[in-house]
Design a protein around this ligand. Structure first.
Ligand SMILES: *Cc1c(COP(=O)(O)O)cnc(C)c1O
Length: 363
């Protein structure tokens, strides 16, 4: 076996993911789906899906057809796997996936296929109520409400919509979307189950409850209630070993662009992870890692494969010691995102493929 002395270890706590899913299901009052798009928000759709499935989750959402096919291989025939971006009739290669129908054209195509062979096509119907991204727009909704026979040939499992501002509880668009969704779903698909809230939507209260919530980020420990305490458990720890420690005199610089100038004699610790590993370049000069629970400041620019830290106050920090780049108090994906003007979702989905991935708990 080859050992790579500089390789980081990304640990994913599947028991914490399952605990978060149970917590969200309890708050919502019914078992939630699990959103596993973008390889389970960067943490591994197959292991996360298997752990959630073993815990009783029976419905999963992915974005792409190929993600759905891979997840079907990982989970076997049982659970429903829904493709948010949809796919053409007959494209799913018998993986038994359900498309989300995002336009009247999608409805037409799948309904026509279902009528042609007398096998109603399982699907979800997506009504746009304020995202202006995917889903039937207001005009298409009115046309369908006026001619519901166009749904013949479909086996609609859910009618769904997606909140634009669920993480801003006081935003007026939330209530508007709830009203639009209730009215349109009743007019177009009365009697069909509904799917409404994402992670943050689960915390907006009973007006946002439905037959199936679709949490993603909160499963992975991202705070669904920004500005208030995070009710979710943390799931990810990234530790990367120090390759070298060197002393530089006051006045010397560190890294590309000479982005940092040593104000005194400085001990520089270099770790083998950089922006190609999802340690975002925007963190240059404005992040930290934890060593034995204490903050070690990032200095200079984050490079593609290497990042430098100021170890001056840590004489015991030597090559081979591991720095916690992600995880620990004050160093969650949300904390890291806040340092470089992004969101925890981007920190997680950027995590690279050069780390050793270690899964604890689960099945
Ligand atoms: C990504 C996504 C979700 C999950 O959103 P989170 O904010 O991660 O909980 C739910 N529904 C749709 C349509 C999505 O695209």
């Amino acid at each position: 076996m080859v050992t790579d002395a500089g390789q980081g270890v990304l640990t994913v706590d599947l028991d914490a993911v399952v605990a978060n899913w149970r917590d969200l299901s309890a708050r919502h009052g019914a078992p939630c789906a699990g959103v596993l798009k973008a390889d389970g928000y960067g943490l591994g759709a197959a292991p996360v899906g298997r752990a959630l499935h073993a815990a009783g989750c029976r419905t999963f959402f992915v974005a792409h057809l190929i993600e759905g096919m891979a997840l079907r291989d990982a989970l076997g025939a049982g659970p429903a796997i829904i493709v948010l971006n949809g796919f053409a009739p007959g494209a799913d290669g018998q993986a038994g996936l359900w498309p989300v129908l995002n336009s009247l054209g999608d409805v037409e195509a799948h309904a026509t296929a279902g009528r042609a062979d007398g096998l109603p096509r399982p699907a979800l119907l997506h009504l746009d109520t304020g995202m202006s991204r995917l889903g039937l727009d207001a005009g298409e909704q009115a046309a369908l409400a006026a001619d519901r026979a166009r749904l013949a040939g479909l086996d609609l499992h859910f009618v769904m919509t997606h909140l634009a501002c669920a993480d801003y509880p006081t935003h007026p668009l939330n209530a508007r979307q709830a009203q639009r969704f209730a009215a349109a779903a009743a007019a177009i698909a009365p009697g069909v189950k509904r799917s409404f809230a994402n992670s943050s939507g689960i915390f907006l209260g009973p007006d946002y409850a439905s037959d199936l919530a679709r949490p993603g980020c909160a499963l992975y420990g991202i705070n669904p209630t920004p500005g208030a305490a995070n009710p979710m458990r943390q799931v990810v720890v990234l530790e990367v070993p120090v390759l070298q420690v060197r002393e530089i005199p006051a006045g010397d610089t560190v890294g590309y662009g000479a982005g940092y100038t040593a104000p005194r004699n400085v001990r520089v610790a270099t770790v083998a992870a950089g922006y190609a590993d999802g340690y975002l370049r925007g963190l240059s000069g404005r992040s930290l890692a934890l060593f034995q629970g204490r903050a070690v400041p990032l200095i200079g620019r984050v490079s593609m494969d290497l990042t430098t830290f100021d170890a001056t106050d840590f004489p015991e920090l030597r090559p081979g010691c591991r720095l916690m780049l992600v995880g620990g108090p004050g160093n969650t994906p949300d904390d890291i995102a806040a340092r470089c003007d992004t969101i925890g979702y981007e920190v997680l989905t950027s995590l690279g493929h050069r780390y050793q991935r270690r899964y604890i708990g689960g099945v």
